[in-house]
Design a protein around this ligand. Structure first.
Ligand code: PEP
Ligand code: MG
Length: 318
């Protein structure tokens, strides 16, 4: 039964016919990382570094940052039980819904469309350099495989400049796909980075032009919206062609039904709140890749979110 499968599933992520899918956790600090490391995950797909600094007035030194990031990396060292695990660290996503006192530009008319995420890092390059130095130091100290990605990337030039800085420190470089322009140009992004990670919360907000915080727009801020699914499919297909990892780390990855459709589109990793790990992993273990592909096709053909969900359910349980 489904309940037994849920209780028994112990990772790693794999479809019923043996296609591996990395199941990863979203974390905010050392404490959440240690608790996530108890779950059957192969690492962290999104470490939201800005959440470490929401209460800070001043920027922590490189040494202090290294210590803070090291707490997360230390929870996922490869040595533990011989498992290969990795952590994707996201550089500061300050601004808009996540104000950071020492970074955020204040007084913007429209902060969601303003100097946030990587734009903020580029407007203060020394701040980004110090953060990357702190991440690199933590990676050296712990020996954990560390990937670094930037939020709110809109152009290939931004991705290339960021990747240079990260690779210069010996780490794998990626960018988040949160802006429709990045999804449409995913194939070009993949020429300059090692991996992509789709942030469906912001990708949905910017595709539908609907504030993710506005509860009365919930019908629009839904990752099952056909336009959002199309952009995810374009991005995943670009990853397949390039032979590079493309993950999803927004809320969409935590929905077991949608997760199967995402895998069918070619998504290679799913990162989510620790509580969603077992439901998603257990569901994926019950369906083969052919069904995931049928689910993707059905979702993409649907004309609205509800029809998409029903179509996927019909394919998976049909
Ligand atoms: C997203 O936008 O989907 C995402 C994962 O980043 P955040 O929710 O932190 O903006
Ligand atoms: Mg985001």
């Amino acid at each position: 039964t489904a309940r037994a499968a849920l209780a028994e599933w112990a990772g790693p992520g794999v479809t019923a016919d043996g296609t591996p899918v990395k199941i990863l956790a979203n974390v905010a600090d050392g404490e959440s990382a240690r608790s996530a490391s108890e779950a059957p995950v192969e690492g962290v797909g999104l470490f939201r570094t800005e959440l470490c600094f929401l209460n800070r007035k001043d920027e922590p030194s490189v040494e202090e940052q290294a210590e803070i990031y090291g707490q997360v990396l230390a929870a996922f060292t490869a040595a533990e039980g011989g498992k290969e695990r990795y952590v994707v660290v996201r550089t500061l996503d300050a601004g808009s819904d996540k104000p950071v006192a020492f970074a955020t530009h204040v007084g913007e008319e429209n902060p969601a469309l303003g100097v946030r995420g990587l734009r903020l890092s580029f407007s203060n390059p020394a701040l980004l350099d110090r953060q990357l130095d702190g991440i690199a130091a933590a990676a050296r100290a712990t020996g954990t495989e560390t990937w670094v990605m930037a939020p709110m990337v809109a152009t290939v030039a931004e991705a290339a400049e960021f990747a240079d800085k990260v690779r210069g420190r010996g780490l794998k470089a990626g960018v988040m796909v949160e802006v429709p322009s990045a999804a449409l140009l995913a194939h070009r992004m993949l020429e300059v980075v090692d991996f992509l990670s789709i942030g469906t919360n912001d990708l949905t907000q910017y595709t539908m032009a609907a504030d993710r915080m506005a509860t009365d727009l919930a019908h629009l801020t839904d990752p099952w919206q056909p336009a959002v699914l199309q952009l995810i499919a374009i991005t995943a297909e670009a990853g397949r062609r390039a032979g590079k990892p493309v993950g999803v780390c927004g809320e969409a990855a935590a929905d077991p039904l949608l997760a199967c459709a995402l895998v069918g589109m070619g998504i290679t990793s799913l990162s989510m709140a620790a509580a969603a790990v077992r439901p998603v992993g257990a569901r994926l273990a019950t369906v083969g890749m052919d069904l995931c592909e049928d689910a993707a096709e059905a979702a993409l053909a649907a004309s609205d979110p509800r029809a998409a969900r029903e179509a996927v359910l019909a394919v998976l349980e049909g």
